[in-house]
Ligand binder design. Structure first.
Ligand SMILES: Nc1ncnc2c1ncn2[C@@H]1O[C@H](COP(=O)(O)OP(=O)(O)OP(=O)(O)O)[C@@H](O)[C@H]1O
Length: 326
């Protein structure tokens, strides 16, 4: 790859204090969750971080998006170290690097309309909403394949897949250059996962963002990744082009990980997937029905949607209740 990376990490280390180890004479012990991780992400490409639970993928993603601070190492956006920027510069990093979380429902405020949710990043960024909040929100919904007339609905009126589309719409609102998807399809049924992956691929083609895609499911990674970094115990043990890693794994751990993936889904799992797809369709229908009744009978109070105190979707934002800072 000859072009400069959009986002790069060099020697990332993150240590957390180990609870209950400090005493009067003993300093707190520290656990190294990320240990000397480096990677490059290029515009228009998807780098997947894979590995078993606890291998340090999410912590790496959080370091790369400045949701938590590094213990040491550097994260560069367009060649510029962002690990210690503050104020307006950090705000700009937050605009350029947006995150889509695993559980769409817990990352969307249930008391806010979709219109308010997807435009929150603009308020956080203190930017005007081009063309007015409603029209802008409708445009975002269209871009992620949702009905623009549903802007006044609440998260509970959507299925899991639709809710994740809302999370993606919110991330797109401020024109990010990097989209960090932290297990963004893991909570969804497999048929819905495929739809969201297609959506992400289409959006990436249109917008050219780089995508840091965190997943433990290798079948999902194979569908979306350009390059893959395999993590275990906080370290990257193998990295390279997707097909090279999948077809000719060099590290023993990668081989073990790949061997654990069933190549052909057994009949019982195919049946489960068919049922899950049916359930999702039924949920859609029920949600549609409920929403139609709601739209017809209940006035939606949007008085605080556009005028409230500067809401946003930064790490401590009310629209992102699951986000944490260390
Ligand atoms: N805030 C924290 N304080 C202490 N330990 C943490 C913290 N965040 C993560 N860890 C630990 O760091 C290690 C890596 O966690 P991380 O969530 O990055 O792994 P992961 O590969 O994303 O796994 P999963 O898919 O289960 O989230 C784990 O052992 C985890 O318990």
């Amino acid at each position: 790859m000859s072009t400069e990376p959009l986002l790069s990490a060099r020697g990332l280390v993150k240590e957390f204090p180990v609870a209950g180890t400090a005493g009067l004479l003993r300093p707190a012990r520290r656990f190294r969750a990320v240990d000397d991780v480096s990677f490059d992400l290029h515009a228009g490409q998807t780098l997947a971080l894979v590995g078993e639970s606890g291998s340090g993928k999410s912590t790496t993603a959080r370091l790369a998006s400045r949701l938590i601070d590094v213990t040491s190492g550097a994260v560069r956006l367009d060649g510029r170290d962002i690990t210690s920027v503050t104020g307006a510069e950090l705000l700009e990093v937050r605009r350029q690097v947006q995150v889509v979380f695993q559980d769409p429902f817990s990352s969307l405020n249930p008391r806010h309309t979709v219109e308010r949710i997807v435009t929150a990043p603009l308020r956080y960024q203190k930017r005007p909403v081009p063309g007015g909040t409603r029209a802008f929100a409708q445009g975002l919904l269209e871009r992620v394949g949702l009905d623009p007339d549903h802007v006044s609905r609440f998260p509970a009126q959507f299925s899991g897949g639709q809710a994740q589309r809302i999370g993606i719409a919110r991330a797109l609102a401020v024109g990010p250059r990097v989209l960090v998807c932290d297990e963004a399809v893991s909570a969804l049924d497999v048929s819905v996962q495929a739809q969201i992956i297609n959506l992400l691929r289409d959006l990436q083609r249109e917008e050219g963002f780089g995508c840091l895609f965190i997943a433990h499911d290798l079948a999902v990674v194979r569908q979306i990744a350009t390059t893959v970094a395999v993590m275990t115990a906080g370290r990257v043990v193998e990295a390279g082009e997707r097909d090279a890693v999948f077809d000719d794994p060099q590290h023993e751990y990668t081989r073990t990980l790949l061997a654990a993936v069933p190549r052909i889904r057994p009949e019982w799992e195919q049946a489960r997937l068919r049922n899950a797809a049916k359930h999702e369709a039924a949920h859609h229908e029920a949600a549609e029905h409920e929403a139609a009744e709601h739209d017809a009978g209940v006035g939606v109070d949007r008085t605080d949607a556009d005028n409230g105190p500067s809401a946003g979707n930064g790490p401590a934002d009310e629209d992102n209740p699951t986000e944490v800072t260390a």
